[in-house]
Design a binder for this molecule. Sequence first.
Ligand code: ADP
Ligand code: ADP
Length: 228
Amino acid sequence: MAAITLRHIVKQYGDGFPAVNDVSLDIADGEFVILVGPSGCGKSTLLRMIVGLEDITSGDLEIGGRRVNEVAPKDRQLAMVFQNYALYPHLTVFENIAFPLRLRKSEFSEEQIKQKVEAAAATLELGEHLQRKPANLSGGQRQRVAMGRAIVREAEAFLFDEPLSNLDAKLRGQMRTEISRMQRRMGTTTVYVTHDQTEAMTLGDRVAVLRRGVLQQVASPRALYEQP
Ligand code: ADP
Ligand code: ADP
């Protein structure tokens, strides 16, 4: 059973050309799928429909075998990492990472929250920064806090929307390695939007190419980028 199944997914804003046009794709459990394509081709829209921030005009979306078209984002068991991190500036690193757990208040004791946050922070080497505020962190550290917030949810899948595009080249390289290691260790299904060919080649099991809302090609990075 696929972790995420898209069946004839369409998104129509107003009465223009569909932003996402009849996209079908099976994403296997534990698979890392990269979504690439020119600006405006529908990458963000597709990601936002999967996570539930955008209504689906037509088609079926299944997560873990369950149809979720009408399921609220918080009940989809997905974790999204945005380009701009979307951290809460007034909260410490600890509280930023704990935030999704506190949303499900009755589920976790304070002790469990502490354990989960500290485990995620250790994975991301943020253990020494838990009491800091985002303003006092580097770009790479902020990025890791955003990922920590995704990790603690123990989500069915991670969704990344150009998570490294605001970082300089050196940090991007480090974070690429970090994400790759994390994914191998955790084996979590991942959909990752990027403009960066290096990220597409090094991180993905498969690369899906979107153009004007249409899925053009889905192939291994090798087949896609090393063909003559
Ligand atoms: P990408 O992420 O690949 O840059 P988007 O998914 O942001 O592309 O956009 C796909 C298309 O849908 C673009 O033509 C964009 O202008 C349009 N679009 C995106 N969001 C909206 C919206 N909220 N309302 C109307 N049109 C939108
Ligand atoms: P990106 O290139 O990262 O997708 P955009 O600048 O295209 O970013 O879009 C930023 C936000 O604006 C998104 O939330 C998108 O849904 C929205 N948006 C994009 N195009 C339009 C549009 N034509 N009308 C209304 N909202 C839009």
